[in-house]
Design a protein around this ligand. Sequence first.
Ligand SMILES: Cc1ncc(C[n+]2csc(CCOP(=O)(O)OP(=O)(O)O)c2C)c(N)n1
Ligand SMILES: [Mg+2]
Length: 545
Amino acid sequence: MTDYAPTTDTPVSVREATFSIWKRLGMTTIFSNPGSTEVPLLRDLPSEFNFILGLHEASVVGMATGFALSAERPALALLHTTADLGNAVGAIATARVNRAPLVVVVGQEDRRHLIHQPFLKGELRDMAGTYPVWLAEPAMARDVPSLIARAWYEAKAKRGPALVIVPMNDWDQDASPNAIAAPIMIETSVGGSDNGLAQLIEMIRVSANPAIVVGADADSRETWETLTQLAEKLACPVWQEPFGARAGYPQDHHLFRGHLPSGKSRLRTTLAGHDLLLVVGAPAFRQYPYEPGPFVNDGTRIAIISENMEVATSSTGELAVIGPIADLCLRLVDHIDTRNAQVRKPHRIAPPIGRALRAGNVFATLADRISPDTLIIEESPSSRFELQERLPARHPFSFLSAAMGGLGFAMPAAIGVRIATPRRPVIAIVGDGSSMYSFQAIWSAVHYHVGVIFVIMNNGSYSIMDRLAEQSGYSAAVWPTLESIDICKLAEGFGCTAHKVATKGELEAILDRLLPSLDTLNHPVLLDVSVESDLTFEPCLSLSR
Ligand SMILES: Cc1ncc(C[n+]2csc(CCOP(=O)(O)OP(=O)(O)O)c2C)c(N)n1
Ligand SMILES: [Mg+2]
């Protein structure tokens, strides 16, 4: 898939990986006025490259600008740290205003002694001001090839100079442990351009066993409809991205298989056997925590459909098509053949057994009672995966969570949703610890008569942090428990109706009382539900399928 094989044991240097990307992207003409920071890159330049020296940096960038405008594709300029970039700023500004796509690589001193302010160290990030359309500094050497590929896409899409700052010792580092975090090819499907669509159709046509991976950006009625048609026509399984903030597919549909694991080894196992992954409205792939190795096994091709440039350019895969998702999926449906479906029976997971109330019991009790259009806003860290399995999204916009993991979102967001759509049933499911970040939002709900139910999963602790501490070998967590907080009293202090719930019977009784008229509820209700911590927490384990 990439021009070098990131999964093999053969080390590939950052320099070699970058050369292969430049060749692939047609950037074999290098305009430069080099210095010492460029020597490691330019040593033994492969014969395919054409090096053009400019005697001042304005000439270097000026020539690259003319080249880009005439060739109608990004041109490559290579500059030498502060002095070069400083001299080139005027020409970079001109390139921006002339709408010339440029990839500008700026050399930096050796990373290993930047801390000691070495000779030639550049304060480069802000030097060209706001003239670059995009700028990146690699956190690690092996990120350089991915960022250079992304710079190409950004320069092309935004038609201006995209800068990448590269410390000189990065070029000889090993690039191989990571796949390139940019697709090999990006096509934009606007104004009737069908190039990307044609490639997608061909990738699907030759695949024997495709699967679809959906994400938050596919959460709309239109996209759900077209994706369902697409999956049914392909008779293929559909997975939801890990840590997605919204649901990209009806999760009660017979082809839905669940949420993908977020670690690479389990991701590979889950997706084994598929020769094509069509990733729609999601990055390929969001991960947590870090695990070495490739995302997928050899032989699995990846194509991405996205409306979001950043998601597309930072995904690993063979092809990304940027355009309106529902429209692209519909056009795929029109162009692909129907395959034979093997229908699997939906699998219902039994609630956990035992006397103490567990998160699984709370979600199973809710699942039996909520209407399909209920919006569940999730902020319950240690039980998120169980929640997603037991409370499948059945309507568009019926699952919502904070996309970047910051706590304090669910309670105010639930209130905002209900203010925007006053009869929409809204339930926020929030950890006891998480509830503290925005608890005062309850005051607004009380004051403005907003009918939201807050279900507080009270396990008396930062349970997920406790599990992570155990897994990291702490003898004991340094943070205390939260048992002393009386959540009901806090809510009542804000004037909110609140109930303590300790048993399944109590939970059923209160939900049976509240849920039938949730659409007309005109004040917030908080349920402080005592649950036992799940002592076997593992991120994104699929319970059901
Ligand atoms: C604003 C913010 N601060 C801190 C964190 C780190 N953090 C993630 S989960 C967590 C504990 C959550 O506890 P709780 O809501 O009780 O959920 P539980 O793990 O018990 O299910 C913390 C502090 C964060 N994600 N966001
Ligand atoms: Mg907790």
